[in-house]
Design a protein around this ligand. Sequence first.
Ligand code: ZN
Ligand code: ZN
Length: 442
Amino acid sequence: MTDQHTRFSDIAFEFFIRPERMGEYLLVPLEVPENVESLALAYDYPTHSHPTQSLAEGTFTARVRENTIDLGLVAPDGRQVGASGADKREIFISATQATPGYGATDLVPGTWHILAGAYRVAPEGVLVRYQARFTYKQPRWLLGDAHTHTIGSDGKLTAQELAEHARANGLDWLVITDHNQFIREGALPRLPGLTVIPGVEWTHYQGHANFLGLEKPYDAPFFTNSFEETRARFQSTWERGATIVINHPYDEGCPFLYDLDALPFHLLEVWNGPMRPSNLRAIGLWNELLKAGRHVPAIGGSDYHNDRLAQILAGPCVNVLADSDSQADILAALRRGRSYMVFQPESARLEMRSGTAQLGDSTPWSPDSRLDIKLEGLLPGDVLKLITAEGTRELFTSPATGAFEGSFKVEKPGFARVELWQSFGGMLPLLPALVSNPIWFE
Ligand SMILES: [Zn+2]
Ligand SMILES: [Zn+2]
């Protein structure tokens, strides 16, 4: 059964080991289908025979060890995922968790191999029964922070303390982006329910950029002394597979001074730390790029260093619709723009679609195109705005605490995104409390 509309599929198979194979390490192929998030593998075989003897006093049943078959798992690229001798009868593997003795790893489609170590085999051979359950990826919303610092640069928490803080704040993922300082995969904190992604904030007198998803996005020292060197650095980092974010373009202290048209990047950080004029200008810059037809998704990050007035971890928070909680799927969803930013993890929740198209998708425009918007967690006075290439339209003002649902005509091809403006308890003028990525209408 491999129906992916169900969440999982099960397969069972047998492997017979002849007695003359005793002492060999045998490989049993295991085909992993597309779109698998986790594998649970179990195996069983008769370990003992029980010969019975008739005695004058009665009967005696012996317990004789006959078979010992070891378990291991090898990925399609030949890498050992783990080996557990004959100790474990069940193992579990996903990109973020694994049974001790096995490494958390992406369940890439292809031919994997189960290691069947024929340590001890009975004279009549042994039948080993395997059962595999593949659980498939399903899109889910995950809360995270894409820009944080630790004591690796000028932050105040260790990576472990930061990860625990993130988990306590309800985050599902976190990127560590210390200034000009990489964090090795092996040094990433491992906390159940939290995906920690390596990153670095490339920090230069001419601007800051986050390189996400690699433990070593470049080899040379961080500094560059000409635009050409900088461009080559961005180009090679891009080719190595990093997700490149242009950070806080109008920051009061460290604006981004290079020409954006001349550098490769995936994402623009339009919301850095507390909402303030520099972020409003960054949103304005982003809007100009969108109007010019550039498919550049936006991202936010708290730029967290330590708890201080108006600066908190996940302020802003990025809510991303990822196919799984793996690093690769979270980064892919961010690059695609399947996300929106909110000012803290507990704030409003958005669902926005046009037909089957989600945030970040492109869909053909027609005069019947509509945008369906659902918002939860609204506060009195919240103003919902629709932003397109034609301008900004106020759609709705929330009279009370509650939820909103509406459907709007998309007048022209281009892009459509929403913002929710809030007065933060009436203490501040209206400011963005939620900023979505667009759906593009071609
Ligand atoms: Zn910075
Ligand atoms: Zn920073």
